[in-house]
Design a protein around this ligand. Sequence first.
Ligand SMILES: *Cc1c(COP(=O)(O)O)cnc(C)c1O
Length: 739
Amino acid sequence: MYVSSFIPFLNRHNKRRKFYIDARCHPQTIAVVQTRANYTGVITELKLPHEMDFSGKDVSGVLFQYPDTEGKVEDFSELIERAHQNGTLACCATDLLALCILKPPGEFGVDVVLGSSQRFGVPLCYGGPHAAFFAVKENLVRMMPGRMVGVTRDANGKEVYRLALQTREQHIRRDKATSNICTAQALLANMAAMYGVYHGSDGLKDIARRVHNATLILAEGLRRAGHKLHHDLFFDTLTVTCGCSVKEVLDRAALRKINVRIYSDGKLGVSLDETVNEKDLDDILWIFGCESSAELVAEGMGEETKGILSTSFKRTSKFLTHQVFNSYHSETNIVRYMKRLENKDISLVHSMIPLGSCTMKLNSSAELAPISWKEFASIHPFVPLDQAQGYQQLFKDLEKDLCEITGYDKISFQPNSGAQGEYAGLAAIKAYLNAKGERHRSVCLIPRSAHGTNPASAQMAGMKIQPIEVDKNGSIDISHLKAMVDKHKENLAAIMITYPSTNGVFEEEIADVCDLIHKHGGQVYLDGANMNAQVGLCRPGDYGSDVSHLNLHKTFCIPHGGGGPGMGPIGVKKHLAPYLPTHPVIKIQTDKDACPLGTVSAAPWGSSAILPISWVYIKTMGAKGLKHASEIAILNANYMAKRLEKHYKILFRGVRGYVAHEFILDTRPFKKTANVEAVDLAKRLQDYGYLSVCKGELQEGRDRLFRRDCGDRIRGNGFKHKEGTFRLDIRKKSFTMRV
Ligand SMILES: *Cc1c(COP(=O)(O)O)cnc(C)c1O
């Protein structure tokens, strides 16, 4: 969850350095926000509303949660008014299902509303993937990161939607970007949207009412059994002080295989969701020693018990009024609607996708099958570890394999994307340097060719960015690098490098570059998004890197068409292991000298539920297969470069004349000669449904390459072979620049 996406509002030049957090937010939300604020130099203070003083006009924002972590529904209008009077923005974390029947935060003056859309039909998934949402008042819209969809008219005057801003912010604004998010949760956002489309506002209200009614019945039963409820107004969550022994309740809960939240002061918490049925209520009542069944309790309650629906918190405004939410309420209709949308897409099942996503691989059905198993999908991220031993085993296996592949010593699975991995890895570097007493080290060297997320992440980790020039071969300009290292040697924190470079070249000097940085007290962050050209062949940990993220949604087969989900675990050398992320609810840092950088995701192991995909990929490929896939990727890129070199200029090659796993064709001359641009070529390729399939014997093809004699039996762009899956990528100044 990108719960902390709203932090960009606290821009660095703002004089208001303070940010208040209501102590009754979820602990994981507090941890993520505190960590994020810590690296950007914002001072957070944990308080209750009545303790919050805005009069110094030094507070930029205040975050509270509605309903709060104990389930309480409360009126925040007075707090918001005080905040607004002093120029402070009000941010509210909330629950979408509750808002179907609760007065929404926008109606009591909140400026920024955020939360998870998991409750809209997405399984718990041991923490993720889930899409977060983030909504603002009209006056703040232009400050939101990411891309906007606008309504416009097409050539025939029909209303259509289009992207208003086509390029991601971090690629244009680099270190000035307000967000580093690249891979997001597009698939999950679509799932939640379809849940809304299918149920419509009436259906959603029914679901919310049902959950609330079940909670009211439970509350009544618990009161009758002599327990104390902490809050009178709630939606789906109760906080209880037991009238009997807590141990007795917990023992009975274990018998019925029900988990309750246990607070440090002995209070217990119970939350219900859409799936709750009468049997569940009976079980929970029994656990708490209530003599009656849910039915009997309900009978005794009568009609007048309506909970929040009989208070001023009841929602009166309409929502989801657009036609799309009021048209597809049967299974056949929603399926036809989804199919109609799908038919508008050009995807790999039709054609090549001219998308520069580096080394995204095709994935097999066998890799995807396990993620729908309930053992992976229906498990809460905060269950006791002994209930999630399968996951724990999977994490261990995957960590071991990824360490072996990368040459690192420890992996953190908390980051949900490559960009989030960058932020976590750089924060680990910062935490390490701080612990060494070198807090002043904050300069991060980043070549101009780096992916846009690099400078954006470095900025989020509180570093100052020094760009490094690129030479005519597309490699780091070593003399400029040396000059900048010398200039910043006192304050050098890190270098972020991509290897093979973004221009598709294995740089000869990589080990020397790492040495140079280390000699001057800096750390090396190697952007491992594109391990495609390295897996099985070379390891960042061996040639001198200290930390990398791996894009499991590129090199390790998690499908991420449409923009996400992804997983961006980071690997680190031993000395950085103590600084890896921690979690406020589940103990995940096992290093005995742990001194964690903080928390980067609300879920302890990020988007755990998609890790089985990479696990299956690695296990089915095996060491030989993985290496073979890398070789084939490099072979194909070189084959294509060779075949095309007579017709196009190949922009960059290594000193030996070879490219890595990708290369750049210069199409700029055609602009002059034929008024044809890269985007025209890309579209023409699509017209031809360009997706060629590997037909040749791979071994034979590889031998030919080594004899510098490329036959034409291996062709490939996005092809798949039974022993390995790989994709050749032709990007940047070629086909993707303007797409
Ligand atoms: C894709 C990519 C990233 C960003 O990864 P996300 O998962 O999209 O955040 C960073 N660096 C490089 C080189 C990449 O290709």
